[in-house]
Design a protein around this ligand. Sequence first.
Ligand SMILES: Cc1cc2nc3c(=O)[nH]c(=O)nc-3n(C[C@H](O)[C@H](O)[C@H](O)COP(=O)(O)O)c2cc1C
Length: 218
Amino acid sequence: MKKIIILNGSPRKNWNTYKMCESFAQGVKEAGGEAEIINLYDIDFKGCRSCFACKLKEGKNFGRCSYPDGLTPILDKIAHADGLVVASPIYCSDVTGVTRCFIERLTFPFFEYKEGYPSIAPKKLKTAMIYTMNVPETLSNQMYPDMFDKTEFMIKTVFEKPVRIFAYDTYQFIDYDKYVVEVFDKNKKLKQKEENFPLDLKNAFEEGKNMVNGIINL
Ligand SMILES: Cc1cc2nc3c(=O)[nH]c(=O)nc-3n(C[C@H](O)[C@H](O)[C@H](O)COP(=O)(O)O)c2cc1C
């Protein structure tokens, strides 16, 4: 059975990003695969400490992150999975800090400091990115393409190029009336949530199926 690991880089469980992860996972299962969602905010970890154990000549941890914290066993599990999904809300025009820390820890050990920077990941994983954000699609297309490219650079270098999955213009508060949010029209947001978010979920579901089928048909 093909195993897909999905990392939720949002602190909110059961909100937009998590729901996209769940839909992707359902697609994986529909195609006969196995999916596991891991909430990055539940894990006690930080970014790369620059210890360079992963680059030490003849080091016992060459090519793997051995820093002893909550993320290390998860990194080992991912390295031997068949597919990887990284999901993040956009915070201050970037993925969340926790998501960035995760990408550093996951990818840097597999990036060899040799001519051509070859990948030494045990497997060339299929990958996907899920991005959720407040801005509508048109604004995202103007503002974020470079950020997506930069975020994905190390992932595509050590694994396969990620498929991008989006949920734009997401619903952010349970009750818009309770918060100072003059720039958003709550009725438009509600309409988006009821009409478009289900389509985003459907797209995530289809991409979950596609990932598993893509691995099986290799
Ligand atoms: C600290 C913070 C910063 C944010 N910055 C942005 C931003 O720069 N661009 C954007 O489109 N949305 C931004 N958002 C909105 C979230 O990306 C959006 O609501 C997302 O779907 C939330 O995901 P969640 O429902 O899984 O928590 C921000 C939200 C927070 C809490």
